[in-house]
Ligand binder design. Structure first.
Ligand code: NDP
Ligand code: 2IT
Length: 445
């Protein structure tokens, strides 16, 4: 029985990896969708596909010693999880955040495997990170840390083996230091990183891609409901890379972004957030979002980030971090008339919140589908690096938009095929899984 197969695999995994709640959560969420797949495809159980897909192919854990500006020595922990290489080189970002541990990196690597499958590109799944906290560190400290991180990681990555990118706390500055150090110690110049600066092989449009892609995906969900972004009130959590470019695209589609946040709190402005001010504060000056309300008098700052979901809106785009939107927040959104939620972040909604959205039958785009625009454009960066040529912004953006349209159609059609029309969680999980599973079957054991 397929339900027993799924339960047995989940139980074994929980016994083998106790104390990894985010990892268990991500696995449960995917496996919940897969029972009908195993009913239809008995060969997957016979080939042990599920046992093999939940276990990372390789996990690398290492120490990162570095010296701060005052001469004090610190040691952080680095992790790279090379999850699944059925579809191509391991591919996924690196996160710098004090909360990083094996549970978080494994949940992200697991999600990434199915997300990358959905893009239609040839990309395996991986993820990395460290518990280093970049907040308040000087450029020199960041550089020394990135160099020490790369002094170990370089052994495990390569343009055809494992290609990291950015994630929380890792943007163009950090990628520059890491790529520069890799190039120096390996004596090669190739596409081993994506999200690189435009002057040394980065793709135009990669910086914007996750946020833009999330809005393109949401727009497809809205189109299915005969509506769009025009005159809609939008809440966006976070004010980092994904949030900023989701806001930019939503505004260009005619929406009003009324609130954004960081881990300290949120700003609300009924007239709409002034993105130019926000970008300067966050991208250039690396300041807190509370500073925004000091500069823009029409905005109100509220301490604590979770309150953002109690603001009435039409569309919510969680773009900060995992489990930032719980069951109560989801109920408040639905009660206040929210019609669509598209996840720019990875697993931002708790299982209780997901259930509220699905029960209410509002449009709900899970992260592995809605935020796949970032890694898709990383795939386009890899193509350009291999060709040693680059495309224009319009060319990259058109490809990104088409990929997001395709992912939405795949998730929607798969959900209908498996008798849960409108349930994009099932659609994305099943479609993402099937491609990886079929390729693993083709390889044998
Ligand atoms: P950034 O570091 O640029 O921004 C992260 C934002 O989220 C900041 O505003 C940060 O606030 C906030 N945040 C981070 N941790 C927490 C927390 N524990 N509680 C509340 N707020 C928090 O990261 P990105 O924009 O790149 O990433 C955001 C999300 O999108 C992540 O889930 C990431 O995995 C996902 N993602 C990113 C992609 C990319 O291309 N960058 C691609 C696909 C998904 P503060 O500054 O106060 O910490
Ligand atoms: O979660 C994600 O998809 C990312 N952080 C981007 C991964 C990538 O390789 O571009």
């Amino acid at each position: 029985m397929s339900i027993q197969y799924v339960t047995r695999v989940v139980d074994t995994l929980k016994r083998r990896y106790p104390g990894e709640p985010e990892f268990h959560q991500a696995v449960n969420e995917v496996l919940d969708s897969l029972t009908p797949v195993f009913e239809k495809n008995k060969e997957f159980e016979e080939a042990g596909i599920l046992e093999r897909i939940v276990e990372p192919e390789r996990q690398i854990i290492f120490s990162i010693p570095w010296v701060d500006d005052a001469g004090k020595v610190h040691v952080n922990r680095g992790i790279r999880v090379q999850y699944n290489s059925a579809l191509g080189p391991y591919k996924g970002g690196i996160r710098f955040h004090p909360s990083v541990n094996t549970s978080i990196i494994k949940f992200l690597g697991f999600e990434q495997t199915f997300k990358n499958s959905l893009t239609g590109l040839m990309l395996g799944g991986g993820k990395g990170g460290t518990d280093f906290d970049p907040k308040g560190r000087s450029d020199n400290e960041i550089m020394r840390f990135c160099q020490s991180f790369m002094t170990e990681l370089y052994r495990h990555i390569d343009a055809d083996t494992d290609v990291p990118a950015g994630d929380i706390g890792v943007g163009a500055r950090e990628i520059g230091y890491m790529f520069g150090h890799y190039k120096r110690i390996r004596n090669v110049f190739h596409g081993v990183f994506t999200g690189k600066g435009l002057l040394y092989g980065g793709s135009i449009g990669r910086k914007e891609a996750t946020g833009f892609g999330c809005v393109y995906f949401c727009n497809e969900m809205l189109k299915d409901r005969q509506t769009g972004f025009e005159n809609k009130k939008v809440l966006i959590s976070g004010s980092g890379n994904v949030a900023i470019y989701a806001a930019e695209k939503a505004i260009s589609f005619g929406a009003k972004v009324v609130a954004m946040s960081d881990s300290g709190g949120y700003v609300y402005d009924e007239g709409g957030i002034n993105l130019e001010v926000l970008k300067r504060l966050k991208e250039l000056e690396r300041k807190r979002i509370s500073e925004y309300a000091k500069e823009v008098k029409s905005a109100k700052y509220t301490e604590g980030c979770s309150g953002i979901w109690s603001i009435p809106c039409d569309i919510a785009l969680p773009c900060a971090t995992q489990n930032e939107l719980d069951g109560n927040a989801a109920q408040a959104l639905v009660k206040n008339g929210c019609i669509a939620v598209a996840e720019g972040a990875n697993m931002p909604s708790t299982p209780e919140a997901v259930k509220v959205f699905l029960d209410a039958k509002i449009a709900y785009g899970p992260g592995k589908a809605a935020n796949a625009g970032g890694v898709s454009t990383s795939g386009l960066e890899m193509s350009q690096n291999s060709m040693r040529l680059s495309w224009t912004f319009d060319e990259v953006d058109a490809k990104l938009r088409q990929i997001m349209i395709n992912i939405h159609a795949t998730a929607r059609n798969t959900a209908a095929e498996y008798n849960t029309p409108g349930n994009l969680v099932n659609g994305a999980n099943i479609a993402g899984f099937l491609k990886v599973a079929r390729v693993m079957m083709a390889y044998g054991l």
